[in-house]
Ligand binder design. Structure first.
Ligand code: ATP
Ligand code: MG
Ligand code: MG
Ligand code: MG
Length: 560
């Protein structure tokens, strides 16, 4: 394929949009890859669409390689299915909601766990039909509060979402591993630098999850990395064992009989409260004691019992109602009016949330803010306050912190969704078996921006070969002789199956063409210039800037 600059809809801009803060936002707009349609909504122009398709192709190939079957479900979904799992509430304002002419409620899918679960309920009846991996590459919709950073955070964005269905724990683990490995291959092929870190599952639910993070200054996530062991976690998911501190009256924690983080069930039994139903959102780390407990929206936990088991320096999130019942346990409170404090940006902190805190951890969490009311907010959740140099929870070495872009997220969901919709298959002995699930997302459009962030330089974009909109950018720099040679070379490359971006514009100076070539970021630039008459061209490497004069035949041999 030969893409002719003379015909292509690509307008390069000297200046970035005034509101653009990140490098990828500036460059993707300046290079004419994307164009803002409305807040958080982006149009992909010809060159951008080619990069997006290349990313999607790589994702597709690796998903197919692990046995994924591609499908396409509607983006417009019945609201009641999201009510049934509680996610309508969990997502809250993030959900785009609509009403049809008959008054029925719909949502634009933010991810599709519910409808995939229902599809499988409808289609699959026997254990013989499992394991099953389904995926789609589709626009997702989230009414992000501050859609900034261009396609890094859109309100409409392209996601690859996959769902695995198995019987039993083992199958679920195998599917999770297969996806994890596929993601490693995908991000390597894309040419992204990435880390795999422990993560918080958030609105998706399930037992545990990992994120794929692409280190970049523009990232909105912070991760902690241990230089001495393989520990790496989103700071949201880092939990510390508090240092010994004076107990301020909540009683010493009794130890659970387990050296590891306990299951919710074990913890619930220990606290003497009903299991999964009431404690499913608990966030716990135990190393002899409970260090952080979150009970968002929970009604049934006995606060007295809970408090008995809280170590000094623990934080528990409770609802305003709980606070009203046991104000004696609450040392800090954030009212629904909100305060401009960093922890209020944490998605787990709902308006109307009260806080119970134990003793202060000396030296950390200095947020001593007096609310207009009578309460003092003296600290906040450990999980959002990791500092560089804090001890690694694994080995004690000083953690280093980095900013990164979340490019993928994989979840073990267990039976959260199959319980909600009662999805069983008939097992080998004829009795019903509950189906287990995993879900696995990649931000396809975000990956394009992440790549731009990691690879661009002061001259512009600089794509890895596999995702570049073309393999070679041929520049006709001169008059008729140069133009003719450039055409011939483009033809030969095309015949050899190489995609070419040909700058065949007339009336545009060579200097402007070179500047544009650097901005557009095709990895190899071939210039038919001064020595065209001798049959010599210049081959440039966009990344290193190296230039070499070569006879045409040799240049072609290198490029095909
Ligand atoms: P973030 O923390 O950045 O808001 P998320 O954790 O809400 O992302 P997931 O629900 O895990 O996102 O969705 C799976 C993937 O979809 C993410 O890993 C990310 O790559 C991508 N993604 C999520 N939100 C957006 C968005 N607004 N724009 C572009 N890509 C997104
Ligand atoms: Mg989000
Ligand atoms: Mg996230
Ligand atoms: Mg995520």
């Amino acid at each position: 394929m030969v893409l002719r600059m003379s015909r292509l809809m690509v307008t390069t801009l000297r200046d970035a949009p005034a509101d653009a803060e990140t490098l990828s936002h500036k460059l993707l707009v300046r290079a004419g890859y994307v164009r803002r349609s409305s807040a958080g909504m982006w149009s992909w122009l010809p060159l951008g669409k080619r990069v997006l398709d290349n990313v999607a192709r790589i994702v597709r190939e690796e998903m197919d390689a692990i046995g994924g079957q591609e499908v396409l479900l509607p983006a417009l979904l019945p609201g009641e299915t999201y009510e049934a799992t509680g996610r309508a509430q969990e997502y809250g304002d993030l959900l785009f909601r609509l009403t049809d002419r008959k008054g029925a409620g719909y949502v634009l899918g933010p991810t599709h766990e519910e409808v995939f679960t229902l599809l499988v309920k409808d289609q699959v009846s026997s254990y013989k039909d499992l394991p099953l991996i389904l995926y789609q590459i589709q626009a997702k919709y989230r009414d992000e509060a501050r859609p900034r950073s261009g396609v890094l955070r859109g309100r409409e964005f392209l996601m690859k979402d996959a769902y695995s269905f198995d019987t039993g724990e083992e199958g679920q683990i195998a599917a999770y591993r297969a996806h994890r490995e596929a993601y490693v291959r995908i991000f390597r092929r894309l040419g992204l630098d990435f880390r795999i870190v422990s993560a918080v599952s958030g609105a998706m639910g399930g037992s545990d999850s990992e994120e794929f993070l692409a280190p970049a200054a523009a990232g909105e996530d912070t991760f902690a990395d241990c230089p001495a062991c393989d520990y790496a976690a989103n700071t949201e998911a880092v939990t510390f064992t508090p240092p010994p501190a004076a107990d301020e009256g909540h009683g010493a924690p009794t130890e659970l009989d387990t050296p590891d983080t306990p299951t919710i069930e074990a913890l619930a039994a220990h606290l003497g409260v009903p299991a999964a139903a009431t404690l499913k959102n608990l966030l716990v780390t135990v190393d002899g004691e409970i260090t952080a407990v979150g009970v968002p929206g929970d009604r049934e936990v006995d606060l007295g019992k809970l408090a008995e088991h809280l170590a000094p320096a623990t934080v528990a999130l409770v609802t305003a109602e709980d606070f009203a019942r046991r104000p004696d346990l609450v040392r800090g409170y954030v009212g629904p009016q909100g305060l401009d404090l960093p922890y209020l940006a944490d998605p787990r902190v709902a308006p109307g949330t009260a806080w119970i805190t134990g003793a202060n951890k000396p030296g950390r969490h200095a947020a001593n803010v007096v609310c207009g009311r009578d309460f003092t907010v003296d600290r906040y959740l450990d999980v959002v306050t990791v500092r560089s140099g804090d001890p690694c929870p694994n080995c004690g070495a000083g953690l280093s912190l980095g900013r990164a872009i979340e490019i993928g997220h994989i979840f073990r969901l267990g039976t959260k969704y199959t319980d909600a919709f009662g999805v069983d298959v008939l097992g080998p002995d004829g009795t019903p078996v509950r189906v287990t699930m995993g879900s696995y997302g990649i931000g396809v459009s975000r990956a394009v921006a992440a790549l731009a962030e990691q690879t661009a330089d002061e001259h512009g974009l600089c794509w890895p070969a596999e995702v570049a909109p073309a393999r070679v950018h041929v520049v006709a720099a001169g008059k008729a002789a140069q133009a003719e040679l450039a055409e011939q070379i483009a033809d030969r490359l095309h015949a050899a199956g190489v995609t070419v971006l040909l700058d065949d514009r007339t009336g545009v100076s060579a200097g402007v063409k070179f500047t544009d070539a650097e901005l557009l970021g095709v990895p190899r630039i071939l210039v038919a210039g001064r020595r065209a008459a001798e049959g010599v061209v210049e081959l440039r490497d966009r990344r290193t800037g190296e230039r070499e004069d070569l006879p045409v035949a040799e240049a072609l041999a290198r490029l095909t």
